[in-house]
Design a protein. Structure first.
Length: 332
């Protein structure tokens, strides 16, 4: 028999499926903030997988993929349970923004949060404290940043626990991303944001195998990417033994990157990209040119080693120090 799961003011018994809300706080005008969740609790005993989406309010593909899993799964078909926190930053989602407009907080950077902190810190605290006690694994869904293009990829961080690392890697392999960023947090990393407060990092530190799935453009709803994510989720659930069936093998062995870097321009102008996401770019090859109003090349972005672009800029008008590409290295 599976276990009873208690979230908010609800008890979700084995063999049942429930929708609910986690209370975060109340504003001075009486408006209350909640995080919606769905729990599918199987009749048979098994692990619990946590599916989280909407940490950034404009990353919609993962939200819809999470909704579809929550709609499709039924308790009699699963062993263990699946907890779907569908819109984990409802305030940013309402504003169609990456961060919480009210306090400027980036929910992806402040886990485990603070019970008496800012509204974003409270959301992190409520989410983490309520669900980590049940979760045996986590998939956290994201999209790539505004004005940038990419192809689906996954990110996981090496923890101090070899068992957690092994299960995480097998989950990622099951998900089927064509490119994987495998990051060792004990080494210096050139990152776009602090990693220590990320949900997957905090889960790994708590002994919960976790990874991030990056898929699709921010503020776009893309059915092909949503279907890809649903397929990946089901593959992971099969690997974990929560649902039955054979794991669908990926078409090719994934590219595995061990470090990442942001490449920026020095001059303003029009950025002309000469590479595509996940393309092998060899040392000395040109990634992008920056041209002025007359079409003269005023800056060039050159690969300092063999690399793979993770994402590249598609909005061409740039200012000095703008991000042109986010790239990764396999052995640099």
């Amino acid at each position: 028999m599976s276990k009873t799961i208690e979230l908010g003011n609800m008890k979700i018994l084995p063999g049942t499926k429930a929708r609910g809300k986690l209370f975060v706080g109340e504003f001075i005008n009486g408006v209350e903030v909640y995080i919606p969740f769905v729990v599918i609790n199987g009749e048979q005993e098994g692990p619990t997988c946590w599916l989280n989406s909407g940490i950034h309010g404009n990353e919609v593909n993962g939200i819809v993929a999470n909704q579809r899993i929550a709609q499709e799964l039924i308790p009699k078909d699963i062993k263990g349970s699946v907890i779907c926190t569908i819109i984990s930053n409802p305030l940013a989602f309402m504003d169609k923004q990456r961060e919480t407009k009210l306090d400027g907080g980036n929910l992806c950077e402040i886990f485990p949060g603070k019970e008496a902190g800012t509204i974003t810190e409270k959301m992190a605290y409520v989410l983490f404290e309520n669900i980590r006690k049940y979760a045996d694994s986590l998939i956290d869904f994201h999209c790539w940043g505004m004005w940038h293009d990419a192809k689906p990829y996954a990110v996981y961080k090496i923890s101090e626990d070899p068992t957690v690392n092994r299960i995480t890697e097998e989950m990622v392999n099951s998900f089927g991303a064509p490119l994987v960023c495998k990051l060792d947090l004990t080494k210096p990393l050139d990152e776009p944001s602090p990693l220590g407060g990320a949900l997957d990092v905090q889960c790994a530190a708590a002994g919960i195998p976790s990874f991030m799935a990056e898929c699709g453009h921010s503020s776009w709803l893309e059915q092909n990417y949503i279907s890809y994510e649903v397929k990946g989720i089901k593959n992971v659930l099969r690997y974990l033994g929560i649902i039955g069936g054979e794991i669908e093998k990926p078409i090719r062995t994934p590219i595995v990157l061990t470090s990442r870097e942001i490449l920026r321009c020095k001059q303003d102008g029009i950025a002309i990209l000469e590479v595509e996401p996940q393309q092998l770019v060899k040392k000395g090859e040109r990634i992008a040119s920056i041209v002025n109003a007359y079409g003269d090349v005023v800056d060039e972005i050159i690969a300092k080693a063999n690399l793979y672009p993770i994402s590249v800029r598609y909005e061409p008008s740039v200012n000095p120090n703008d991000r042109i590409a986010f790239v990764g290295y396999t052995d640099y």
